[in-house]
Design a protein around this ligand. Sequence first.
Ligand SMILES: Nc1ncnc2c1ncn2[C@@H]1O[C@H](COP(=O)(O)OP(=O)(O)OP(=O)(O)O)[C@@H](O)[C@H]1O
Ligand SMILES: [Mg+2]
Length: 397
Amino acid sequence: MSVYAVVDLGSKKIAVAIARRQKDGNLRVLAVHHQPSRGIERGRIVNLLEASELLKEAVEEAERNVDLQVNDIFINIGGKEAEMIQGTGRTYVVGNAITKREKRRAVENAGAVSLPPDREVLHILPFIYIVNDMKVEEPEGMLGNSLDVKVQVVTHSNIALRNLEQLVKRVGFFPKKVILNHVAVPEALITEEDREAGVMVVDMGAETTDVSLIHRKMLYRIFTYEVGGKDFTKDISVKFGITMKEAERMKIKHVSLLDEEDESGSLPVTLLDGSQRVLTYSDLTSTILPRAERLFAAMKQDIEAVGWQLPRTNGIVLTGGGAQLKGLREYMARFFSSVVRLSGPSNFHGILDFPPDHRGPEFSLLVGLLHFTRNMEGWEGRGDSLLQRIGKIFRKK
Ligand SMILES: Nc1ncnc2c1ncn2[C@@H]1O[C@H](COP(=O)(O)OP(=O)(O)OP(=O)(O)O)[C@@H](O)[C@H]1O
Ligand SMILES: [Mg+2]
């Protein structure tokens, strides 16, 4: 079976997992590697050459760990330019029971929405099947004359997609599939019960925060905010005139949004001009708090605008590197009057050997991407497109 790489190209880090699909359908993870990224800002490519150079380095490093070459790459994309629209599709069933083929045909029909020339379909996510006017969960094997399906169609900017392809091509591949962050992340952390009850998944990275609302087992709405953990660091650095490195250290070690912390303790710091200053814990906390508050206020407005009723759901699942800010979970719980659980990837169903040292909240997307590839049907059987073949020839140096 083919060996492939799954890539989370983040603003702060590139994470790569190499996996092989087994005959039983499970994925065996052979290697995970991560390293700092460059050329990506707020989830968008700002320096394609630099980003591709580092991606190449990261993939090759992961390959060296297992002494294997990967055949394909799956990669994530950020959601600032993503949109969701609903579509419906129908197909007629002649004679026999409904099979995968009818399902696929109905879904393809539903995804055939008309789009402006600068957008294209990234995902078609079925959420309701209807056999002869009756809603069903799984139509396969059923008898009926017609099969209708309702889907969420996720579209993205085609220039953003083409540029991501360009980036991957420079590494010697054509991406087998580009996957939206919001579609993948929930797979890594939510339970079947969350899916039924509804849940809000928040991935706070370094420069972006992605929100996915899951309702009745489907992706209901997505939001992307251009705010992340790095902005907190920057606030500290700018306000007190200290380096980003020092500000990051202070943030991780001394910032806490918890009420009960002793806020009067003193922290000596060296400023950019070499002079010394003493800060208190509350100096740091009060610097960060307004940004967290603005971000949460924007989220609250957005979820309320789509009628999301947090108390009637399983609350919020918080993940991503930036989510580890001390007290952020508690502050969020108070702000939204909701249960918030801070989580790294927790669902490893069908994913074997994922290394324990990569299970922190910053790796949720990577695991979510692995789930996506595991659930994606039929891609291994299909031949490569011309572009994919060209990519592979190019890689054989
Ligand atoms: N213990 C901690 N406390 C607070 N913040 C932390 C902690 N550990 C990591 N972070 C923050 O996590 C952020 C990195 O998170 P992550 O690796 O999820 O980003 P990314 O996926 O590369 O970025 P993005 O998703 O925005 O493109 C950094 O801003 C870092 O400051
Ligand atoms: Mg991220």
